[in-house]
Design a protein around this ligand. Structure first.
Ligand SMILES: Cc1cc2nc3c(=O)[nH]c(=O)nc-3n(C[C@H](O)[C@H](O)[C@H](O)COP(=O)(O)O)c2cc1C
Length: 218
């Protein structure tokens, strides 16, 4: 990973919906603008840029890892941190997002390991899609991403944006900006002052064999 100059970090922001009028992609655009206002370099992306087939080990063996997963991996590796604004589907993450994570996890070195992440969601419901983010934490933390404890979930999101495109409620708007600022501060601190080295082990606590010895030490 290229270490940026002090005060400048690069963040990839993903709107994780394929829908044209997506509330989450709108929230991702706001997050990108907010991070840029605070001095970060921002790479704004959406799901449609990472088209991949359904994960199948046989497809990987036969055709290799698809171009969409390479594109995501490259953009993730170019950044010190990532933000994902994801829809909640049936109290979990959308299948397209999990499928992309599964493909990206097949690279060695494994690209999520050690990357700082912030999760957000938007939904017309009262919970704002927050349950989906708890589900999304599981694969990302398994892969060694360092996720910000705070998350941001915009409830009743179909009515939550003002005419200026910002979050209409002033208190929520402030919380949104503060959540992003805290994430950028921690990511920048961790980038310039790394204080821990860790190993990522795909198959925890199992006897090693050709099938189960994927261990990466940073
Ligand atoms: C298959 C499906 C399942 C959904 N499940 C939930 C859910 O569990 N919780 C929720 O708050 N909204 C749920 N929704 C509504 C979505 O939050 C809503 O469609 C939202 O706008 C999707 O995000 P997007 O606007 O970024 O595409 C679901 C929608 C679909 C299509």
């Amino acid at each position: 990973m290229t270490v940026p100059a002090p005060g400048k970090i690069r963040i990839m922001v993903l709107g994780a919906s394929l829908r044209a009028g997506s509330l989450n992609n709108r929230l991702a655009r706001l997050a990108a603008g907010c991070a840029a206002d605070r001095g970060a370099q921002v790479d704004l992306a959406d799901m449609s840029e990472f088209d991949v087939p359904l994960y199948d080990f046989d497809t990987q063996e036969h055709d290799g890892i698809p171009a969409g997963a390479h594109a995501f991996r490259d953009r993730l590796l170019a950044a010190q941190g990532f933000v994902i604004a994801s829809p909640e589907y049936n109290a979990s993450m959308p299948g397209v997002l999990k499928n992309l994570i599964d493909w990206v996890s097949r690279f060695t070195p494994q690209p999520f390991k050690g990357r700082h992440g912030l999760l957000m969601s938007a939904s017309p419901s009262m919970s704002g899609g927050n349950r989906g983010l708890w589900a999304l934490r599981v694969p990302l933390e398994h892969l060694g991403a360092v996720l910000q404890p705070e998350m941001f979930s915009l409830a009743q999101a179909h009515e939550a944006f003002g005419p200026d495109g910002q979050v209409a409620d002033p208190a929520l708007r402030t919380r949104f900006a503060e959540t992003i600022a805290a994430f950028l501060d921690l990511t920048e601190a961790a980038t310039h002052y790394p204080c821990a080295r860790s190993a990522w082990v795909e198959f925890l606590g199992e006897r090693t064999s050709g099938e189960t010895e994927r261990v990466e030490v940073s």
